[in-house]
Design a protein around this ligand. Structure first.
Ligand code: SF4
Length: 390
């Protein structure tokens, strides 16, 4: 099940030079309990993607779903049911199947196909996802947070949070650690007494390798690693289901980075939270992620199990990106660094945006932008791999 899912998500900005396509048609999911790593060169849209998913910036188009929950299996022949779902209206048999499971669809309910094997039913504020799984069709409820306003979004904020790159600017120098944790706990009414609040604060600080005595410290009395641990503790004290970690260790020493990764892993288990870990540091992402998404010029070009993607990267950009990772051995040369320039996100090329740098470029690549296709147990956006017929 997914805690977050995006479908064809776009975030464009207007600049003097034209439209900057920072996030361009991204469809991905974060599965409950996992860490999804997002890697790519600077400026590829990783941070904008994280912020758009959290609605810190308004998406241009596409969909953002949050907190998928299973409802029931459609008791219909899967092939026939798929045919029914192809229509915009609701087939009476489909309506009956929902009713049998105590979910009544109104006359306003509309179906739309979201990918070859899944459909969305929008019905007066309720959203259902119907997904083909093995030999059955399962129905899920999900929150469509794409267009809800800030007031409504505030109710979900504590469930979806972010840790920013720079802990120095994320903390108020005039506030103690206690103040930083107190504020969200009080605003979101997370505790009913001062005792409970203190217990909660200390528990979260301990999980992040800090002690009760740190509560009275000001940011200038903490090391860089301790500051970032306070930022993570502040995000965790709201008991989120989903955290975006945006380059959370890039401002820290290498020795501190691995400690923070271990603490993040511990916190994930303890608080049952799912992460999107954004970084340009491939080795860090490899160490913490269950699955990995590789971004290039606003698009996710490959997504799959981290071990599979590292063992055998399929997209030519992923292959080049991994080859360009500096080796710890000074005598070992970087095999084949990425050459050429990333095209401008203003007015990106019509076909594959990696075509100018790709050693495997074919005729079709400059004409047609490749969409996702299943290949070797993952999704890859590249014409080298054949699309399965739906
Ligand atoms: Fe290279 Fe073509 Fe694949 Fe793009 S679609 S990565 S240009 S082979």
């Amino acid at each position: 099940m997914n805690i977050v899912e995006t479908q064809n998500l776009k975030k464009f900005f207007q600049s003097k030079k034209g439209t900057v396509k920072a996030v361009n048609d991204v469809s991905l999911e974060v599965i409950k309990g996992e860490t999804l790593g997002i890697v790519g060169e600077s400026g590829c849209g990783k941070t904008t993607l994280g912020r758009t998913i959290l609605k810190l910036i308004k998406p241009t188009s596409g969909k953002i779903y949050f907190d998928e929950k299973p409802l029931f299996d459609l008791k219909l022949n899967p092939t026939k049911a798929k045919g029914m779902l192809e229509d915009d209206g609701i087939d009476p048999k489909l309506r009956k199947s929902f009713k049998m499971n105590k979910y009544e669809l109104s006359t306003n309910a509309r179906v739309s196909k979201t990918d070859p094997n899944s459909w969305r039913i929008d019905d007066d504020g309720a959203t259902y996802l119907v997904k083909g799984e093995e030999n059955s069709l399962k129905v899920y409820s999900v929150m469509d947070i794409t267009d809800i306003d800030e007031k409504e979004m505030r109710k979900h904020r504590k469930k979806m949070n972010i840790v920013f790159q720079d802990p120095v600017s994320a903390l108020n120098p005039q506030m103690t650690v206690y103040d930083h944790l107190n504020r969200p706990l009080v605003i979101h009414k997370m505790v009913s007494s001062e005792d409970e609040k203190l217990r909660k604060m200390v528990d979260i600080l301990n999980t992040m390798g800090l002690k009760a005595e740190h509560l009275i410290r000001y940011p200038h009395e903490l090391s860089g690693g301790q500051k970032q641990r306070v930022c993570i503790a502040r995000a965790l004290c709201l008991e989120p289901d989903f955290l975006v970690l945006d380059e959370p260790t890039s401002a820290l020493d290498v020795s501190v980075q691995s400690k923070i990764l271990k603490l993040l892993d511990r916190a994930k288990e303890k608080f049952d939270v799912s992460y999107m870990f954004i970084s340009h540091n491939i080795n860090l992402v490899r160490a913490i992620s269950d699955r990995l998404g590789v971004m290039y010029l606003g698009k996710v070009v490959e997504i799959g199990e981290t071990s599979d993607v590292f063992q055998d990267p399929k997209h030519p950009y992923t292959q080049a990106l991994f080859r360009s990772v500096p080796q710890p051995d000074p005598d070992k040369k970087v095999e084949d660094p990425l050459s050429g320039q990333v095209p401008s996100p203003v007015d990106p090329p019509e076909g594959c945006s990696f075509a100018d740098r790709c050693p495997d470029k074919m005729g079709i690549c400059e004409r047609k932008d490749p969409d996702f296709r299943e290949a070797y147990g993952r999704r890859v956006a590249c014409h080298l791999y054949k699309k399965k017929k739906s």
